[in-house]
Write a protein that binds this ligand. Sequence first.
Ligand SMILES: Cc1ncc(COP(=O)(O)O)c(C=O)c1O
Length: 441
Amino acid sequence: MALDRKPAPNDLRAFWMPFTANRQFKASPRMLVEAKDMHYTSADGRPILDGTAGLWCCNAGHCRPKITEAVRAQVGEMDYAPAFQMGHPLAFELANRLVDVAPDGIDHVFYTNSGSEAVDTALKIALAYHRARGDAARTRLIGRERGYHGVGFGGISVGGIVNNRRFFGSLLNGVDHLPHTHLAENAFTRGQPEHGAHLADDLERIVALHGAETIAAVIVEPMAGSTGVLMPPKGYLQRLREITRKHGILLIFDEVITGFGRLGSPFAAQHFDVLPDMITCAKGLTNGVIPMGAVLTTPAIHDAFMQGPEHVIELFHGYTYSGNPVSCAAAIATLDTYEDEGLLTRAARLEHHWQEALHGLRDHPNVIDIRNMGLIGAVELSPIDGEPAKRGFEVFKRAYEEGILIRVTGDTIAMSPPLIISEDQIDELIGTLGRVLKAVA
Ligand SMILES: Cc1ncc(COP(=O)(O)O)c(C=O)c1O
């Protein structure tokens, strides 16, 4: 679709949209123009109930006053400050606030601008940490099948979604993958599935193959979101922690989706009571308002770097916008909003209502599985023969026409509404989805 003339401002052709079927979209656009609390407004003036917190990021809902005001004020007061060899107070204040809500045992924060950058940063810190301790042979990284860790080369290398990998060459060397945890016998489980803790033992096989002394880190999403919402089987994360600890391998939880209250605790690490060595986060950190991510680490990781002459940079890594003042202001106001409204634990209170509403779709056409935890839920549909992902996409488009925003990955519908959703709005969201499933059948 080359441009044959200079485009007018409202021409759709120049913008190459990310993770989007561009030609379909441009033939039949879905444009959002406003947002407030639980709703978007479409360009044709319809309210759209947000069933996905934007892209899993607007946990406090949209255009929340404290956040809007904080950003507005900060842009006027100090728009930018250099991130290297200079500081500004908000970056330090935010780091302390994050350590406050993070699991006990986590006490340092490294800023990035996105989840993908947080993942690549955590992987780099893992490699450099071992080297700083004189354990430089630990270079191997372990991810998991069906994992999503963003789109940087590190993230797609440890990630396990084939379409995110196969077009992009040979990726990083020295990466292995654990098996995914999606087992047929767990279908229609409410909350954490019973079966599958043993899948963590595959790490012992990888250790036996390569030698523990060559392995730097294991990275997993404690609850895998983007691949279609896969819950960790009971005992799985604990087992992974035991095996990694036994072999001196770092454990990284990618909490870009689960961070900031999605499961009913501030972080999944607290929810499952498993302390990793690093946590990556982004999205809900600023309520989606300004791009920002972070890597949270234990003191052991941080302190390993704090050696050598004091004038020498300890970690040769960082971004122009690491901890920029406007992002920090947004994040602090976001944490204030979460705290004022009890949002970091609200999903736990809504979970039962959400779960029962969601599982009410079990007998609807083409539904082959339903999974839920906290305020996250997935409805998996059987694929149309020979046309995987088509049914899911049809449901997505029809849902938008009917006034709800959902997300689909292949034929799995994923929902993760803002944590401010009411029980009535849950009923509206799931009720509308039920009608859509029948209409598209
Ligand atoms: C677990 C996980 N990690 C990393 C990312 C990448 O984040 P971003 O799109 O901000 O780069 C995502 C995005 O959905 C994610 O779900």
